[in-house]
Design a protein around this ligand. Sequence first.
Ligand SMILES: [Zn+2]
Length: 277
Amino acid sequence: MNKLFFGTAGIPRSTLDRSTLNAIPHVKSLGLDSMELEFVHSVNISENLAAQVKQAKEKHGVELTAHAPYYINLNAQENEKVIASKQRIIKTAKISALCGAWSICFHPAYYLKQEKELVYQKVKRELKDIVSRLKDQSISIWVRPESTGKRTQFGDINEVIKLSQDVEQVLPCIDFAHLHARSNGKFNTSEEWTGVLDKIEQDLGRFALDNMHIHLSGINYSDKGELNHLNLLDSDLNFKELLRVWKDFKIKGIVVCESPNNEQDAILLKTFYNSQK
Ligand SMILES: [Zn+2]
């Protein structure tokens, strides 16, 4: 990517006649750069529609990412559930690639009270299988385990970075609100964020900082982690400081705003980011 793009998670709230095809030009007219296709309940775009979405994104110069369904647990005890989880990720990747999207993210698994290392090995095995199936079908798109917000969910910062080292075609999706919530309020200073970006650069190389898929919103949390998303100005997340750190590191990629007010905070982020020297 040649710069940092800012956009909405799903169709902007102010889109008239809500549809993905109407949302793409609307994102542009809001002064934003990108949109995440929210397949959170199901992959609800057909192959036919995907071709139209691709035309629209190219015509209007809007970047796309996608979020896979929530019903994914690569560590499920029942094999059918693992198979269904993998199918959901593969379908998300396939349709998103047809839409011309650049990257997909997903919440990989739950620990189910098992040892972290055991769960890591299981998730890695299943993810390798997913990527090899994508390669078989020549589906070329970034596949990104997301840093998750609850402590019962697999996906701390080290796990998503390690998966990216161990599996091809994989990079992390860094949700900065989740880092903050999962740690019950940590990851809220320049030092901590600098540590995160330094680690990404050390472990995955400069390429990873030039190709970031980021989620950001305000967030409400307890000692168990994420409770719900908030608008940035209603939260304790020190987002202006975070944007300064991004600017210092000159990171590039796509920032998806997941605030309840959606495009409003996306515009706030983009405006503040661009106003910084
Ligand atoms: Zn997510």
